[in-house]
Ligand binder design. Structure first.
Ligand code: G3P
Length: 213
């Protein structure tokens, strides 16, 4: 399973990328707004640090506007993936842009039916937001299981990118059910690596080694 960072914070991206296990980055308009930096500047900076897929999202809601934005994004870097919303317009734009070899990440997906349509439209990635489903009392991980099953049934090539992750455990569960990618905020990335028993174990080994000298 690939692991992406869900942030537009360049320092965090540099930090975790230096560990060598960041396969890509996802951003959205809210994450970009938090950074207070122009979109183009920040996306180009991210693409220099991370060679894997970097997703950037359109603001247009009409097909023509989406096409225009996507074609501009595509010129920014080789590893750009364009996020389009899960709407009729987004699905239409996906079909057109996929034929131009612009890779599309369909975002704001909350049902298996939406994921089926995204795959049929030719999206490279589909992004179900599991945390936002859990927030309203639904079962986000069950949605991932359903999408995995559907894509396997029909051998769709669209990769399932699990988004809106709130807990490290969700990354393990996504891997267990066969998701292709998880995108995690920096604090969750940190929690995936660290464990108090690992820290206690290192401390004890070092103390014992000192005693042995
Ligand atoms: O990048 C999309 C998604 O991961 C957003 O997550 O926490 O705003 O629901 P969240």
């Amino acid at each position: 399973m690939k692991l992406f960072l869900d942030t537009a914070n360049l320092e965090a991206i540099k930090k975790y990328a230096s560990w060598g296990l960041v396969d890509g980055v996802t951003t959205n308009p809210s994450l970009i707004a938090k950074e207070g930096v122009p979109l183009e500047k920040r996306i180009k900076e991210i693409c220099k640090v991370v060679k894997g897929a970097v997703s950037t999202e359109v603001l247009s809601t009409d097909v023509e506007g989406m096409l225009k934005e996507a074609r501009v994004f595509k010129k920014w870097a080789k590893n750009i993936y364009v996020k389009l919303p899960m709407t009729p317009e987004g699905l239409q734009a996906t079909q057109i842009l996929s034929k131009e070899e612009i890779r599309i990440n369909i975002t704001l997906v909350f049902s298996a039916a939406q994921a089926l349509l995204a795959a049929k439209a030719g999206a490279a990635f589909v992004s179900p937001f599991i945390g936002r489903l859990d927030d309203i009392g639904h079962d986000g991980m069950q949605l991932i299981e359903e999408i995995v099953q559907i894509y396997r049934n029909y051998d769709f090539k669209t990769e399932i990118l699990v988004a809106s992750i709130r807990l490290p455990r969700q990354v393990t569960e996504a891997a267990m059910v066969g998701a292709d990618i998880c995108t995690v905020p920096p604090d969750i990335y940190d929690k995936l690596v660290r464990h108090p028993l690992t820290d206690a174990g290192i401390k004890k080994f070092l103390e014992d080694a000192k005693k042995a000298k």
